[in-house]
Design a protein around this ligand. Structure first.
Ligand code: CU
Length: 361
């Protein structure tokens, strides 16, 4: 299956900077019991619930640069032989970043590099997804909070001034990574690197307003993948917002042959955004635009509003593409009353350590 493309970016802003020392965290341990075993990727929400061999020796390294206010996460090394699909490629086991500070994550800057730091093309990243295991998603509490995702286009999630994603010390951020190599070049010891600017809670800077990533999926709160028939098709699903608040902006996530994402608040009978995808001459996805409401103070949602997400595809291959589609509107939600949100904290469910088992939380 083709890689999917995230297209989600907010206002571009320069990173925080200043100069002093550099602290290093110890690398996180990979989850036990996973290495060398066939297993099913966690949850299957993003990973189509398929079996993959596990790549050996992949670890997570987390470096905090307190002076620059950045965390740099590195997942690797990964050896990527040429012309290898994601089903054939041994995949990294999930890695867990244990957050070492209280504060806000402000942006996500992903890239791929080799052992010496030279760039590796994003084409070898099928996708990565970050999940906060300590929190439930505010729209779909059956899922962990999905805080970041990227595909081969390596789209940046830029900072939204004044806002951030609140983390607590010892939060466990689970990092799913799936790689492949559609190119003719072999890449040895490749690393996924994600630079995350942050603001410490104890710093003498104005506190950020908390954002909650909102994934409004045509599959509602189930597995995001679905079959796309030949020709034109449309799929839609609904989710109910349980909190008053505003959406700061919305982007979209589609796969190849995706054409449009529409997000509606059907309780208010309003269209939140219509996002027309850019596709190439073969109908393959190039990008999905982002609509921002930050200037207007956000698009208002009320508790109980039903949100409908619709995705249209035009599949020219003449055949049904099994699990070939996703349709997700992705945005940042800011609740009116943030004091309701700590209720979404939860005990970590370690079901995903049970290798070989399929599950939804
Ligand atoms: Cu996808």
């Amino acid at each position: 299956m083709r890689n999917f493309k995230f297209s989600f970016a907010f206002l571009a802003m320069s990173l925080l900077a200043a100069g002093v020392a550099c602290a290093q965290e110890k690398p996180a341990e990979p989850k036990s019991g996973m290495e060398g075993m066939q297993h099913q990727h966690h949850g299957g929400f993003m990973q189509e619930g398929m079996h993959h061999a596990v790549a050996k020796g992949v670890t997570l390294d987390a470096k905090v640069d307190a002076a620059a206010h950045t965390v740099t996460l590195r997942v690797g090394p990964m050896n990527l032989p040429p012309h290898t699909g994601h089903m054939q490629m041994p995949q990294p086991a999930d890695q867990v970043w244990q957050v070492s500070f209280d504060g806000w994550l402000l942006a996500y800057h992903p890239r791929l590099v080799d052992a010496t730091g030279n760039p590796v093309p994003g084409a070898v990243l099928h996708h990565t997804a970050f999940w906060n295991e300590n929190r439930s998603d505010f729209l779909c509490p059956n899922k962990e909070e999905h805080i970041f995702g990227a595909g081969s286009e390596m789209t940046d999630w830029a900072e939204v001034p004044g806002y951030g994603y609140r983390v607590q010390k010892d939060d466990q951020i689970r990092i799913e990574t799936m790689v492949y190599n559609p190119t003719a070049t072999s890449y040895d010891k490749a690393y996924l690197e994600v630079v995350i600017p942050y603001q410490g809670a104890a710093e003498n800077t104005p506190p950020r307003k908390n954002v909650y990533p909102a994934w409004m999926d045509v599959k509602a709160c189930g597995n995001s993948s679905y079959d796309v028939p030949a020709g034109k098709s449309e799929k839609s699903g609904t989710v109910t917002v349980k909190y008053d608040g505003v959406l700061l902006g919305v982007g979209g996530h589609l796969h190849d042959y995706g054409r449009q994402i529409v997000l509606q608040d059907i309780s208010r009978k309003e269209t939140v955004a219509t996002l027309d995808a850019q596709v190439n001459e073969k109908g393959q996805l190039e990008s999905v635009p982002v609509k921002l409401f930050v200037q207007e103070g956000g698009f208002t949602f009320s508790a109980g509003d039903v949100l409908k997400t619709s995705a249209t595809y035009d599949n020219p291959t003449g055949k049904l593409l099994h699990n070939g589609a996703m349709g997700i509107a992705v945005g940042y939600f800011v609740p009116t009353d943030d004091s309701k949100m700590p209720a979404l904290r939860r005990k970590i469910v370690h079901i995903h350590e049970m290798a070989g088992k399929s599950h939804d939380h």
